[in-house]
Design a protein around this ligand. Structure first.
Ligand code: DX5
Ligand code: ZN
Length: 215
């Protein structure tokens, strides 16, 4: 049984409250919130006030994915805006250990995301400190992109490292997730499936979330 984190990036921004309430009533385990700064990724999504607004209505924990440069500058703000999990990019943090400790001190669960080209081995020394590793299965910046097949191999390797080290972080996969790849992702070790367009563009998002969860 997989956990599902629908990505609010694919929601109708003019009806955010309606879509958050739909997620509240669904079997979704988290609400995935994508923050993009137009620098780390070539797109701008939304920022703190929108995250706060989502949090005012959300009954599920906010899984905040920071696709921003120097994320240390905003960790406390996103904690205050309701984040339960704060995930930073390995590629955006020069002093990743310091960043992770900062997130922990704020009382939030720390996660690290890896771009498609970044090998999972770079995290070997920090894995015991993490609650979550997010494997990007597309290049971050946009919803609705094509799933990168090499992701299965990365998840398999990371799952192996997790067992070897006896760690308990969750493995999350993000980008192009749908009902054709979800099962194999979970079989390789993924615990949390992020899905944006597959959920929100489906005829019945509520049902789609329940179906994804069965993997
Ligand atoms: C991409 C974001 C994803 C995105 C996923 O940069 O991190 O969370 O919302 O969207 P889909 O599921 O449409 O690929
Ligand atoms: Zn994301």
């Amino acid at each position: 049984m997989a956990a599902v984190a629908p990505s609010i990036l694919a929601a109708d921004f003019a009806n955010l409250q309606r879509d958050v309430e739909m997620l509240n009533n669904s079997e979704a385990d988290y609400i995935h919130v994508d923050i993009m700064d137009g620098m780390f990724v070539p797109n701008i999504s939304f920022g703190l006030p929108v995250c706060e607004a989502i949090n005012r209505h959300a009954k599920k924990p906010l899984d905040v994915h920071l696709m921003i440069e120097q994320p240390d500058r905003y960790l406390e703000n996103f904690r205050d805006a309701g984040a339960s999990i704060l995930t930073v990019h390995y590629e955006a943090c020069t002093h990743l250990h310091r960043t992770i400790q900062l997130i922990k001190e704020l009382g939030v669960k720390p996660g690290v995301a890896l771009n498609p080209h970044t090998p999972v081995e770079v995290l070997s020394e920090i894995l015991p400190d993490l609650s979550l590793v997010l494997i990007m299965s597309v290049n971050p910046g946009f919803g609705g992109q094509k799933f990168i097949e090499n992701t299965y191999r990365k998840i398999y390797k990371l799952n192996y490292m997790r067992e070897e080290l006896g760690c308990d972080f969750k493995i999350e996969v993000d980008g192009g997730v749908n009902n054709t790849n979800a099962k194999l992702l979970v079989e390789n070790g993924a615990d949390i499936l992020v899905a944006g367009s597959f959920v929100f563009n489906s005829a019945n998002p509520f049902e789609t979330i329940a179906e994804l969860r069965k993997n």
